[in-house]
Design a protein around this ligand. Structure first.
Ligand code: SF4
Length: 87
């Protein structure tokens, strides 16, 4: 499902020949480095925490958006993580 959402967003952003692993530029999803209320990357199902980082505020990665994203960032693709299964 996430792959389908990413493909749809790529199409909406006008990116025609996207590779399956292509990610959206931050500008296309209105990424910002501060939360939208309680919505932030750290509790988004697309967020991938930095592996081995001692600092919990260290930037991680996103399954959909290109480049590093901060745990307190936010974008329009935000999808709340299910606390029961972590997805
Ligand atoms: S989809 Fe947006 S809110 Fe979610 S982790 Fe990626 S950049 Fe953050």
């Amino acid at each position: 499902m996430r792959c389908c959402v990413g493909g749809l967003l790529l199409a909406m952003a006008g990116i025609e020949s996207a590779h399956a692993d292509a990610k959206l530029p931050k500008a296309a999803v209105s990424y910002r480095d501060h939360p939208n209320g309680s919505k932030e990357c750290a509790n988004c199902s697309h967020y991938i925490r930095a592996i081995g980082a001692a600092d919990p505020e260290a930037p991680g990665r996103c399954q959909i958006v290109a480049g590093p994203v901060g745990p307190q960032g936010y974008c329009i693709v935000y999808a709340e993580r299910n606390p029961k299964n972590g997805c």
